[in-house]
Design a protein around this ligand. Structure first.
Ligand SMILES: C[S@@+](CC[C@H](N)C(=O)[O-])C[C@H]1O[C@@H](n2cnc3c(N)ncnc32)[C@H](O)[C@@H]1O
Length: 221
């Protein structure tokens, strides 16, 4: 699949998929979207000292990088599993400008480790952040341990409706711990109804700049 580098509204780069006419991130600002949806409303909304995160749609590794930096800030142990069906070429990832836009002296080194990390093997990115990248479709994944938090970052329903189906949401529900939650940028009506159908308590929250809403879905006790 051909990919092109594009600059977004906050100067951070993203990837564009011409075949799908779809971007990897919001064109209003890749970095500000990731910070808002996954960091502020995700990891920063959790108090535990040790957190297990599943990311669906690992893509560029931007969310993993920001979470590694958040782990530095809060000194919490984070174990992160990133699932990706179609990994992006490492050379192209090396052209993304995320580390230079993040206020953390280690960001460059972390991103280098993240993009060169071997698939299928747990690796330490920092003292407190451990990453396992899985090259697999989420539909095929089985997890031994449950997660506290899911970053659901698939392509939008317009181009990949099947990723937002009730069967995938049931899988997400089952692999969360009680009181665990999922965050995503998508706030489509049918998606929210499917989340409720499988048992989630659904909250529409203010979205990042350029988007009215995002979703947080909590697994009930
Ligand atoms: C919106 S983009 C990813 C954004 C990514 N989190 C980032 O920050 O770059 C969606 C990603 O989901 C991946 N994907 C598509 N189908 C998938 C599947 N069935 N299972 C896992 N990942 C999938 C795509 O290849 C793409 O990398």
């Amino acid at each position: 699949m051909a990919l092109e580098l594009k600059k977004t509204g906050d100067s951070s780069l993203t990837l564009y998929v011409p075949d799908l006419d779809e971007h990897y991130h919001s064109y209003h600002g890749a970095l500000q979207e990731a910070n808002h949806v996954f960091i502020k409303n995700g990891i920063e909304a959790i108090n535990s000292q040790s957190v297990r995160i599943l990311e669906v749609g690992f893509g560029t590794g931007l969310n993993a990088l920001l979470t590694a930096c958040a782990s530095d800030k809060s000194r919490r142990e984070i174990n992160y599993i990133g699932v990706e069906a179609y990994p992006v070429a490492t050379d192209l990832l090396g052209e993304l400008n995320y580390p230079s836009l993040i206020e953390n002296d280690n960001a460059e080194a972390y991103y280098e480790r993240i993009i060169h990390d071997r698939w299928g093997k747990e690796q330490k990115i920092s003292k407190t952040f451990t990453l396992t990248k899985l090259e697999q479709k989420i539909e095929k994944c089985e997890f031994e341990k449950k997660f506290n938090l899911i970053y659901f970052d698939a392509f939008g329903p317009r181009v990949q409706q099947e990723m937002w189906s009730d069967s995938i949401m049931k899988k997400m529900y089952d692999c969360l711990q009680s009181n665990g939650f999922l965050v995503t940028y998508c706030a489509q009506g049918q998606f929210k109804r499917d989340l409720k159908k499988v048992g989630f308590k659904v909250f529409s929250m203010p979205g990042p700049p350029g988007k009215r809403e995002m979703v947080k879905a909590i697994k009930n006790k």
